[in-house]
Design a protein around this ligand. Structure first.
Ligand code: HEM
Length: 297
């Protein structure tokens, strides 16, 4: 899914030493922005509905203007989700059918997992435990593929159960009545898992690990420095150099204002996300532990 500059003008006329590598296209960053906005709306409206008896949830609900507003906003977030899913598939279809792009579904540029990813996981575990050589990552690391498919699965499970909750009269014509209570349970649990996964695991993988801390700016600017490219994606760099194509991946640096806005918004979202994940974890354990103790006593 590489997106490279196609003309010398796009590749940038600035001095070679200041040029950066274009990793994510404007369209890819736009879709990710929609994902972030929709996910925050859904999480900050849905989660307080599920945990409405807790003081922190009541505070969020009252900040949103009450229970009914939260429900409307939740449906708005869901529509935004269906829009970005549609836009994502429209781009894939365009690149596959019209542009006849090769390597979208298989190969080093594809997000689809390969045997190499399993080898990379094993190499990473060995490197963590006894040292040695770190895996030579290509365009997409195995943890990025994992995050991508976790998000895809979450959207599928939450989308289907969410639609059943939204249109119960329609769905109970096709499904038995208990589908509604099953959907409420699955939707609530999957949503709590999704929020904790995004803020504890995805944020750590993408932003909080040592090499990227406190934030990987590539999702805002789309660019990474040559040094980062060599460190982070050695296999991709080797491929690009072998094809004599490095120039076509290089662009001038992004505007510093964009980077500053991205950093500020990113920090606010990180604090909010971690905050609600801690609340979910605390309230879930506080609700479940007494039930487990009662069950075994
Ligand atoms: C993407 C499509 C989605 C749709 C169509 C959808 C739809 C719905 C609907 C209709 C409800 C019932 C709200 C009410 O009481 O009126 C609901 C509840 C809820 N939603 Fe979603 N939702 C979606 C995604 C999400 C996501 C991504 C999250 C969180 C990350 C989420 C979290 C929740 C939670 C926690 C509840 C409360 C469940 C309970 O009461 O136990 N939803 N959703």
């Amino acid at each position: 899914m590489s997106e490279v500059a196609h003309t010398p003008a796009q590749a940038g006329s600035g001095p070679v030493e200041t040029r950066e590598i274009l990793r994510l296209s404007g369209y890819q960053r736009f879709i990710h922005l929609l994902v972030v906005i929709a996910f925050f709306i859904l999480a900050f409206t849905g989660i307080p509905l599920k945990f409405h008896e807790w003081a922190w949830a009541k505070m969020i609900l009252s900040a949103l203007g009450g229970y009914e507003n939260a429900r409307y906003l939740h449906r708005f977030g869901a529509i935004l989700t269906f829009i970005y899913i549609g836009l994502y598939f429209a781009e894939i279809a365009y690149r596959f059918v019209i542009k006849r792009e090769k390597g979208l579904f298989w190969g080093p540029d594809s997000i689809i997992p390969r045997v190499e990813d399993v080898i990379h996981v094993a190499q990473m575990v060995i490197w963590f435990c006894i040292g040695g050589r770190r895996p030579k990552i290509d365009r997409w690391a195995y943890w990025e593929k994992f995050d991508f498919f976790a998000e895809a699965w979450g959207n599928f499970a939450l989308g289907v159960t969410g639609l059943i909750l939204w249109f119960p009269a329609f769905f109970t014509r096709l499904l038995p009545g208990f589908a509604i209570s099953m959907s409420t349970i699955i939707h609530g649990i999957e949503a709590s898992l999704a929020v904790c996964f995004i803020f504890f695991i995805h944020f750590f993988n993408a932003h909080l690990r040592r090499e990227k801390f406190p934030m990987d700016m590539v999702i805002v600017t789309g660019r990474m420095s040559m040094h980062e490219f060599a460190e982070d994606r050695p296999a991709e760099l080797e491929r690009v150099q072998k094809d004599n194509a490095l120039f076509w991946h290089q662009v001038p640096p992004a505007s510093p204002v964009l980077a500053k806005v991205g950093r500020t918004v990113g920090l606010i979202l990180l604090v909010l996300g971690l905050g609600i994940s801690v609340c979910i974890t605390y309230s879930s354990f506080a609700e479940w532990i007494p039930r487990v103790i009662r069950f075994f006593s």
